[in-house]
Design a protein around this ligand. Structure first.
Ligand code: SOE
Length: 393
């Protein structure tokens, strides 16, 4: 039986790639999951009045504004969803929490550890008033990743020895690709490290229940100068056109990061995050090897999980679990067995978890504190790379 529905009015700041992904989640979440809270897509906020109006029509928002400060202070807004570049996360989140709004903030939580810690303190203060906050690590909501976590907790791999995480993209391999905001430290905080490395670090800790306790890392910027966006005539987004012969500016973030780490559970872990893995458009994968077996996930086959059960002796081999059964995480709300999900569903599942927690008066997960812990790992990677040192965490 369906429940009594209560509306929850959402304002979203930013409407590019992540804004579009979050919008379709707010549009659809209550149409698939049976929820007590029904999101209303109240206000979309952006800097350019004409562009934000066009985006609101496309994405399904009722109203628009160019002034986020005015919107987060409005009495008729319950949730503020932050989908802007990292340099504005802290300021918007602090204002929204102070105004008593629940906050969902895209990853990475902030651009620096200091900002992240301020956000954690503000979230703790607001929590005392029943205000909730969450950071958006969407890949936790891939059913196969959530199942992997369950199976690790049930002992499917035994004692964990190795954690191997990769996040590989290739969208800036062309040296003529313009200097978009994701390649500027003052806007993005870091490069491949914070944008995609943050996901794989979070996923590894989420799945294994272990935290990194020490690490050493190296980062690299392969292409040090790129055409300015204005010169290239490209957008500020990822899909700017390449522009031979245009004026250039310095790339101030990493193109790639590699990490070697130990965990508090005694495992060895390796991670690689790069935007230069030619041919790998968006490959995120995680393998865990333990005393009793292994589990492996690869986003390119996101509806599958590979399992190796060591106890089967000479009959053992990797088997493929089709993660499409209604008993698997999130899938009771989706399609019949064998009808897989896609990237966009992870954001719907994320919105579901957020709304369920709000309705129950509980803390959604991952918290701002979890986001700040990832921020500390990102900072440790940068320090380690600069010094050539091991960092204790
Ligand atoms: C970066 O290229 C990016 O858009 C990330 O910012 C997202 O978090 C990831 O889901 C896809 O790639």
């Amino acid at each position: 039986m369906s429940r009594a529905h209560r509306p929850l009015r959402v304002a979203m700041i930013g409407y590019a790639f992540m804004g579009a992904a979050h919008s379709q989640a707010w549009r659809n979440v209550h149409r698939f999951f049976d929820l007590e809270l029904t999101p209303e897509m109240a206000v979309l906020v952006g800097r350019d009045a004409e562009a934000v109006a066009a985006a609101a029509t496309t994405l399904g928002w009722a109203e628009t504004s160019t002034d986020w400060r005015e919107v987060v202070a409005r009495d008729d807004i319950d949730v503020v969803d932050i989908c802007t570049p990292g340099d504005t996360h802290a300021e918007i989140a602090l204002a929204a929490l102070a105004a008593g709004k629940h906050v969902l903030c895209e990853k990475p939580l902030a651009n620096t550890v200091a900002e992240a810690e301020e956000m954690v303190a503000a979230a703790e203060r607001a929590r005392a008033e029943g205000v909730r906050s969450m950071v958006g690590f969407s890949y936790r909501r891939v059913p196969a990743v959530a199942l992997m976590r369950q199976m690790v907790a049930e002992g499917a791999v035994g004692e964990i020895r190795h954690i191997r995480g990769l996040y590989l993209q290739d969208w800036i391999v062309d040296p003529e690709f313009p200097l978009v905001w994701r390649l500027q430290k003052d806007k993005a905080g870091s490069g491949a490290l914070g944008d995609i490395g943050a996901h794989i670090l979070d996923m590894a800790q989420f799945v294994t229940g272990q935290r990194l306790s020490s690490l050493t890392a190296r980062t690299e910027t392969f292409v040090k100068e790129r055409p300015l966006v204005e010169q290239a005539g490209g957008s500020g987004g990822k899909l700017g056109a390449s522009a031979a012969g245009a004026r250039t500016g310095p790339v101030t973030v990493d193109d790639a990061a590699v990490v070697l780490a130990r965990t508090d559970g005694g495992a060895l872990a390796t991670f690689e995050a790069t935007r230069f893995a030619t041919g790998r458009r968006n490959r995120i994968s995680l393998e865990v090897n333990g005393s009793a077996g292994s589990l492996a996930f690869d986003f390119e086959q996101m509806n599958e999980l590979q399992h190796y059960d060591h106890s089967l002796g000479d009959r053992a081999g990797f088997s493929t679990i089709s993660v499409t059964e209604p008993t698997h995480p999130y899938l009771e709300a989706w399609w019949p067995p064998g009808h897989g999900l896609g990237y966009e569903h992870t954001f719907v599942n994320q919105a579901r978890d957020f709304l369920v927690a709000l309705a129950a008066g509980e803390d959604p997960s991952p918290s701002f504190a979890d986001g700040a812990q990832i921020q500390q790992l990102l900072a440790a990677v940068e320090t380690s790379s600069a010094e050539g040192s091991w960092q204790q965490l």
